[in-house]
Design a protein around this ligand. Structure first.
Ligand code: SF4
Ligand code: SF4
Length: 219
């Protein structure tokens, strides 16, 4: 009998494997930001930031494995409800139709105290974000914002896509990647969780081309 996605990830210990890798990449970003801070002689503003976390009002692109990791956390903490899935769907559609320049909506995972409720498993694009300019600039999205460039860490996160695809035996899709906006990646992971045809379900989704991905990335 075929296993569901949930059965597979549990039997193969995929969630702890992903959590370790993502935590390692996010930790490396923090370390890299600190080292660069010494070179540029500017403090990392995020470490003492008391401002409204407008960095979490951004369009977040995540890899499928990052969505799956968040989905596993939501399931483990009984937060996977029909209401949440509906909010994820609405948010995903709106984000996909928007651009990084226009999207300014607090993330679904940001709580009333400005805390990320999936912090330990947050996507690497969130974990790699550090700035050296005052937090007030983050709200304005001013071009003067000096951010840490986490090239090595984000390359490691991209490399993990292939290892994940192979562990799940997902079919390779030429010119497409298993990624999308964060709410979509979490939603499709939750929807796939109890399906034993999860590979077919995932394969038929409209995975983005390089052009779609470029549209979601600020120039
Ligand atoms: S990116 Fe800006 S708003 Fe976000 S934590 Fe850092 S300084 Fe604060
Ligand atoms: S997942 Fe967490 S860190 Fe990333 S945008 Fe949402 S609240 Fe912020």
């Amino acid at each position: 009998m075929s296993r569901t996605l949930g059965q597979l990830v549990e039997a193969e210990q995929i969630v702890p494997w992903l959590a370790d890798n993502v935590a390692h990449i996010n930790k490396a970003s923090g370390k890299g930001a600190k080292e660069t801070s010494k070179l540029v002689k500017l403090a990392v503003s995020c470490n003492t930031c008391q401002a409204t976390k407008t960095c979490c009002w951004s369009l977040v692109v995540a890899r499928l494995y990052e969505g799956l990791l968040v989905a596993a956390t939501l399931r483990a903490s009984a937060r996977d409800t029909p209401e949440l899935r509906e909010q994820l769907r609405i948010r995903a559609e709106a984000m996909e139709a928007s651009s990084p320049y226009d999207w300014r909506t607090p993330c679904l995972f940001l709580d009333g105290k400005e805390r990320c409720t999936v912090y330990d498993v947050r996507p690497t694009s969130c974990g790699a974000l550090y700035v050296y300019t005052p937090p007030e600039l983050c709200t304005t999205r001013d071009r003067e914002i000096k951010a840490y460039v986490a090239a090595n860490e984000l390359a490691a996160a991209t490399e993990l896509e292939e290892a994940f695809r192979q562990r799940l035996s997902l079919r390779q899709k030429v010119g497409r990647r298993y990624l999308g906006v964060l709410p979509r990646m979490v939603l499709v992971s939750l929807e796939a969780w109890d399906r034993d045809d999860f590979r077919d379900y995932l394969r038929q989704l409209p995975w983005p081309s390089d052009a779609d991905i470029a549209r979601w990335s600020p120039a």
